[in-house]
Structure formats: structure tokens, C-alpha cells
Design a protein around this ligand. Sequence first.
Ligand code: ZN
Length: 487
Amino acid sequence: MTTTSAPLLPLSEVSERLREAVTSIVAPEQLSAMPDAELLALLRVAEELGRAVDGLRVLASGEVGERSRATLGPERLSARSGCHSPAELIERIGCVSGQVARSRLRLAERLRPGYSLTGELLPGAFPAVREAVTSGTLGIEAAAAIIEPLAPVLDRGSILASLTGADGIRSAERELVDAAAAGEPADGVRIMAQTWALFLDPDGPLRDDDRGRRERGLTLGRPRHGTVPIRGVLMPEVAAQLQRLLDAYLNPRVDEQGPHFVPDAPDDAPPVHDDLEQRTPAQRRHDALAGILSVAASSDGAPRLGGGAPTLVVTVTPDQLDDPSGIAFLQGGAQDAAAVSASVARHIGCAGAVQRLVLDGEGRIIELGTVQRIFNAHQRRAIMVRDGECVIPGCHVPAPWCEIHHVVPHARGGPTHTDNGVPLCWHHHRTIDTGGWQIEMRAGLPWVRPPGWIDPHRTWQPGGSATMRAWLTLRLDDEAGPRPGRR
Ligand SMILES: [Zn+2]
């Protein structure tokens, strides 16, 4: 290791002076009066300063990572600072997100110079990028845009390196750093780097595919505290297909371009607070998956299980079924029966791929979810056409992806008839007793009443697709007859 002399000024003073210099460049109130050219020059300066600071951030983070390497055991810097990883330490000191801390560490790792066996300093994997980052010419984003596509090529062994690799990568690196320094935005630099990677290692995608096939997997964990963890690695085309389905389910009216693997918002982002949505993005994806599974399980083409449709059996006793805090059991096949709230049994009693089994105290079957209580294919189709989508206003999950809900429960004499069935998405079906929405059938059409927090007047309105609602409202106004909502 090289020894370094102490900085000329104490760090606190350096920081103070630099901050003063930066904040005195312009007063916020001067900005609006600034001529265009000057404003753009100011922005350029701000970015240059940012890149210089970025370089310092990456170098310092890298050193923190180096001193926190696992082989140092309890002596590692992160452990001595009370953190379980270098990323957490950087997160705490820098007040940044875990994602930013980890990306700095990854970048620093790639930029770190190496040492030969004789202790000689060797250039790191990307010397030109390192130099440009430390001198403030290259920002973190552009550096990552160069390194991420090229690093796998470099990692792919000596055969390649001995052919074209080492030289090829050096040329690529040089050209990309120059392009970025000449003003190519980071996105453009990334595309150029990807092109270089494909040129230097044309078998890369094939090898990735091989690796993907080996590493792919999906595992359901054991139920714990009301949830079951799911873990897995998907092949890109499977992930893309799933993403398309989730998009279609969650936002059927917007056709987004192609797959996007990075969720628009982090999983724990607060729910979007329009009037109707209270779920986080991750919760919405969960509910979409529930809808997808239910469509798949009840489809005619679904693989058979024990000679029948892959039916999920929910077992419950009559007293528990009526008890708000009652318990039911899920028997999903291979897994042991899992205890769930009896509300699950109340709601899924009428869904196609689920069968409700009611046992008396001795375990004798006293009710089996039978054909009579399940809407048949003709009824489902008719209801779907009539209502178009989940009948809760603002929820646009298309009817074919919905469960058909008995408005008057079957147990209370509600018939399995189109006049008593409405499409509800998985989420609204599960929360229909607790969410505050009320549904009523009037002359064979669904009417819906929002909870008080959405509409303080709790006005009844036609449920189903907006087109149908608009048409109905018009027709009813036209007739000026007794409007169902005003009876
Ligand atoms: Zn819904």
C-alpha cells in the first residue's frame, strides 16, 4: 500500500470552503432573471462540480469497501462501526439509499488498481475509466454505462483475452471514455458499450442463455405469519411475459412499449393516492398475480391434476364460516393444509377453480361447493359482456380476469343467476366485506355505492365499464323516469 501525506487543510475546513464557494456561485433568486446562455453555462458548471465530487465519492466508498472486506473478520471497518456491511456504513454516513451505496461499491470494485505477486501496482480492469472518474471528467452514470456491458466480456476468461480481448477492451474503453468526455449522454454511451461488448464477444448472449437455463428456478417457502415467501430467478423471456401480463392486468388501458424489468416505483413506495388506490405497487402486483393464477387454473387448457381441474379446496365448518374470526384450511395439493381466515372460504366459494368443502364437527361433509353455486361458462360470458370490467368504479381490471361474485351470497339464498353475479377483481372480491363498497342489483344491472371516505354522500352509481355507465346514465336521464339511484 502507498502511504499518503496528510491533507494540507483539515477536512472540515476544506469542506466548509468548497461549500461556500459552490453556494456563492449563484443566489436562487438570481436564477429566474439569468439569460439563457448563462443559465446553460451554470448548469454545465454544476454538472462538472458534481462529477468531481462523484469521483471522490466512489474512491472513498471503494476504500471503505476494501477495509470492510469479509476476510478481515471482526476487525473490518464496517463491523467496528456497528454496521453489518460496507453498503450500510456508506448509507449511514452518506445519507444515501442502499441502492446508491451498493452501486458506488460495485463501481469502485471495478476501478480499484491491483497488485502483482511482487507487490507491484497494476492498472485496474478499467484504467482509462478510473482516470477519467478521479479527474472528474466522467460521471458515475457514464462510468457504469461503460463498465457494466464490458466487464462480463473481460471476466470471460483468458482465451478471449488472448485473442482480441485485452486489446479490444482497451480500445473500446478508450473510445467510450472519449465519447463521454466529448458530451455523449450516459444512455448513448451505454448503447455504444453494449455494441462493443457484442462485437468483442459475439457468443455472450448464447452463454448468458446457457447460464440462465442452469440458474432458473422458482421456490415457494413455508407459510409464516400469514404470507408465503417466493424466491426465484426467471429467464428474461419469462420475466418479460410475466411483466406483460401484470401490465395488462394492472393497467389494461395503457400499452407500454415492451417489457420493463425495473418497477416504476420501489416495492415499498407509498401507495398512489388517487381517490381509489390504497395499495402499494408491490401489493398491486401480488393481486394481479392472484388474478392471473385464477384465470390459468380455471382455463379449459389447464393441466389436469388427479383427473380434474387443478382445484384448490378450502375446508371449513359451518360455525367457523359464519364467524368473522373463523378459521378455514387450504388444501392446495402437495402442501400441508394451511390455516387461513374463514373470509377466504366465504369469498372463494363461488370462484371456478376453488371448491369449498363444509364439514360438520365430526368431519362429515355437509356442503360441497357444487356446480349449482358456480357460474357456468355461459353465465360468466354474459356477465362479462354486460359489465366489461370489475364493477368497482376506477378499477379497470377486465372482466375475463375477474372472479364472479354473488351479490346476495349463495348461503343467504342468492341464486347463481346472471342477475345476481358481478365481476370483481381479486382485490375487490377479497375486500368487499371490509372495503366499504356496497353492490346492489337493480333490474338486472349492478349499482355500486362508494365508501364514505371516497364519496361523503355515498351516491349509488352504475357499476361496470365506463362506457356502459355513461350510456346508462344518459338513457336514464333521457327517460326522466324513476332513476334507480333516487328511489
Ligand atoms: Zn377491482
